[in-house]
Ligand binder design. Sequence first.
Ligand code: IPM
Ligand code: MG
Length: 357
Amino acid sequence: MTEYQIALLKGDGIGPEIVESATAVLKKTGELSGFSLNFHDYLIGGIAIDETGVPLPQETIDGCLASDSVLLGAVGGPKWDNLPAAIRPEKGLLQIRSTLGLYTNLRPARLYPALAEKCMLRADLVADGFDLVIVRELTGGIYFGERGRRTGPYGPEAYDTECYSVMEIERIARVACSTAQKRRGKVTSVDKANVLESSRLWRETVHRIAEEYEGITVEDMLVDNTAQQLIRNPSQFDVIVTSNMFGDILSDEMSQLTGSIGMLPSASLGDGTRGLYEPIHGSAPKYAGTGRCNPIATILSGAMMLRYSLNQAEAADRIEAAVDQALRDGCRTRDIADDDNTILSCDEMTEAILQRL
Ligand code: IPM
Ligand code: MG
């Protein structure tokens, strides 16, 4: 039987609960589909700072490198908010993305008909549904650019820099174009080319790369306009490709279209098959231990792991279908519930999905 080694980086806040849910679903899916998964826990984020003094211990890096893939919960919390930048929990997340060379972040979102009521938009705006994916560049841009403090003409100041190399833009553009070829063939490249030089390089590079791909169209959209188009008419989008920072912001906006940020998974990929899979939401410290969180984003991240890293597409379909069915059967955690729903805890929702595998 095929056996996979999976590194679990549970992290902080609700991280441990949602990762437990996802591993239960993955384990059972493996049993049903004929493969087995071995899970190995490693520290990241605030808990890693508490136990080792750094947000990403070397042991965690080595563990990830020795695994077929990585599943992550979330990092951060008020306890670590006032630490210096180099040892903040978030630093651990940025470092593992970068160390594993995961320059692509796929953030898909679609409207589940069962949750149409929870979508923040007027029903007529989403009558056609929507199904889009944000392809976010993940290891460059302002997140990794030069930054610092200095004294300027008006006294102390701070700066962060947005820098993209042609190489970095080319490789993310390739991912976007090949993703679009497998979908509806439309790439929207999002930038701020009316102001930023890095965006002008972004734009010309994306167009040059797109010429290598048959059957796709590329349109450019300024990020401010994209922010309004996403809520004006989300069905116009298929693949959105954008920088690290713009992708971070637009994907949170997008989450409100699906009803809850608790629904959205993500896959971070590089050139190899090993990826890092995590919900797009954070560690929600105030819900930690209350059983109130929604495990679906992490469970769907597990499905993405099966599809993109482990080449188990049918097993991934099985998980996605079970989530779909649970929603259609009215299973709801608090974040996606209406007044007339019974509210399920994180464990109960996990159980509901397990039963429908
Ligand atoms: C995300 C998060 C992270 C990011 C934070 C926690 C560093 O917001 O994955 O969207 O900005 O990339
Ligand atoms: Mg974010």
